[in-house]
Design a binder for this molecule. Structure first.
Ligand code: NAD
Length: 480
């Protein structure tokens, strides 16, 4: 079911408009390397027009009854669900991922509208008698204001709804800057929100091929009160420095380097099934992707055999073809980075048990790959691979694997497979990550607080915490 032509212009103040000077940029299909659409290329002036629109809409939207805001979000959930297949295909066209992954993403993305429609009416404060008994303490939670939302290309639908949902539930208005590679999904979601009854100016979307100057101008603008960024640690660190000039409230969902730990007492079939989800969802282009496999020596050969069989069975091809489990990576740089990390590991003594060779032909494909004998100091264990490559390292004791897993500046998620739940919980407590999958290869859930520690980020998205990121606490000392 289609709701008309694909939007390709900026969405500002409830209007679809071209960018300043009529500038546009190409969006490319990663399976062919060929352009599929052109999209308005917003300038800093367009970005500031979006900020002005969001600011003008703020008062009225923040005063809309929470129940009414909830109902708009609920309609957005229903429309997005009804248009799920169309959106999933759009995600594949600009991102490349397999259609099954894209369908999963769109379902997950729509759930952020439903979950936050339920949260919108649960913005509670506090009221207590001061310990001295002299007065009352009243705590209110008010919308923080205009939020600048910057999203990556790897989950073009879900990373956006994970921000727009709680922001709108809280009563904030937003300016969204989607990734250069995947603006079409963001614009389609803006169309869905428009159809759901979001008033003009509450949601604005400005795609741009030159994000730096636009974002700099928006961060420096006093009408922006919040920055919520999902992307690489490198860009996040730079944006935090800029935001510090204005002491801007920041939420940061940054890179990951997830350890996937398999103890000898684990159910190995379940561990391999979980590994396939943790590694291969989105072809490995996920911040939650298992990046380092630590397998207890006694079961390493068997685990590797099972994982190689599962990885070898994944069909690579155009993500739109049914039966394909692995689409292309998003662009040539990403594919070349993966190939470079594998080449470096092979040079320093690792062995490719399957995959490891860039195929001929158009598109940015890289095959499902398993490496063993990976040296502990290898770059592939330190950096986010962001591709379908599973490096395996063996360990012999619980304390050793905890030290290996924690040896990273990043701390988003970790995975543990064990038949001993007490051990699983003990290790989960010791791991320096914001999330742990215990006998599970998937942690993402709109009802759970998603986020990292260390240099993986600040703040949480989803759960009850999600809306709090868009609320400011006000304390009123009362006497009567
Ligand atoms: P990226 O940091 O290159 O880009 C993210 C966004 O920032 C994009 O919209 C991009 O256009 C914008 N951007 C880039 N340079 C900028 C600049 N100088 N000024 C302002 N904006 C700029 O990341 P990416 O390659 O799109 O995404 C992959 C990264 O995102 C990975 O590191 C991944 O781990 C991370 N990620 C994290 C989470 C999480 O929840 N923690 C989720 C998904 C992706």
């Amino acid at each position: 079911m289609s709701a008309g032509p694909l939007p390709t212009d900026c969405f500002i103040a409830g209007e679809w408009r071209g960018a300043e000077g009529g500038r546009r940029f190409d969006v490319t299909d990663p399976a062919t390397g060929m352009p599929i659409e052109t999209v308005a290329d917003a300038s800093p002036a367009d970005g500031l027009a979006a900020v002005a629109a969001a600011h003008a809409a703020l008062d009225a939207w923040s005063q809309v009854a929470p129940r009414q805001r909830a109902e708009v979000l609920r309609r957005a959930f229903e429309l997005m669900t009804a248009r799920g297949e169309e959106l999933a295909r759009l995600v594949v066209r600009e991102n490349g991922k397999a259609l099954t992954d894209a369908r999963g993403e769109v379902t997950y993305a729509a759930e952020f509208f439903r979950w936050n429609s339920e949260e919108a009416v649960r913005n509670s404060g506090e009221f207590v008698t001061a310990p001295a008994g002299t007065n009352r303490i009243l705590v209110l939670r008010q919308p923080i204001g205009v939020a600048l939302l910057i999203t990556p290309w790897n989950f073009p639908a879900a990373m956006l709804t994970r921000k727009i949902g709680p922001a709108l539930a809280a009563g904030c208005t937003v300016v969204c800057k989607p990734a250069r590679e995947t603006p079409l999904t963001a614009l389609a979601i803006a169309g869905i929100l428009e159809a759901a009854g979001v008033p003009p100016g509450v949601v604005n979307v400005v795609p741009s091929a030159r994000p730096g100057p636009l974002i700099d101008a928006a961060i420096a603008d006093g009408r922006v009160h919040k920055l919520s960024f999902t992307g690489s640690t490198e860009v996040g660190r730079m944006l935090l420095a800029k935001a510090s000039e204005r002491i801007l409230s920041c939420s940061m969902e940054l890179g990951g380097n997830a350890p996937f730990i398999v103890f000898a007492d684990a159910d190995l079939d379940a561990a391999v099934a979980g590994a396939m989800v943790a590694k291969m969802r989105n072809g490995g282009e996920a911040c939650t992707a298992a990046n380092r496999f630590y397998v207890e020596e006694a079961v390493a050969a068997e685990f590797s055999r099972l994982l190689v069989a599962a990885m070898g069975a994944v069909r690579m091809g155009n993500g739109l073809d049914e039966g394909v489990g692995l689409g292309p990576l998003v662009n040539a740089d990403t594919r070349d980075k993966v190939a470079g990390l594998v080449a470096g590991a092979l040079d320093s003594g690792a062995r490719a048990l399957t995959g490891g060779v860039v195929p001929e032909g158009p598109g940015y494909f890289y095959p499902a790959t398993v490496l063993d004998r990976v040296g502990p100091g290898s770059a592939i264990l330190q950096e986010e691979i962001f591709g379908p490559v599973a490096p395996i390292v063996t360990f012999t004791s619980e304390s050793e694997v905890i030290a290996l897993a924690n040896d990273s500046i990043l701390g988003l998620v970790s995975y543990i497979y064990t038949g001993d739940l007490a051990r699983g919980l003990r290790v989960a407590e010791a791991l320096e990550t914001g999330m742990v999958g215990l006998n599970r290869g998937l942690v993402s859930d709109p009802a759970a607080p998603f986020g990292g520690v260390k240099q993986s980020g600040l703040g949480r998205e989803g759960g009850h915490e999600g809306m709090n990121e868009y609320l400011e606490t006000k304390y009123v000392a009362c006497s009567w």
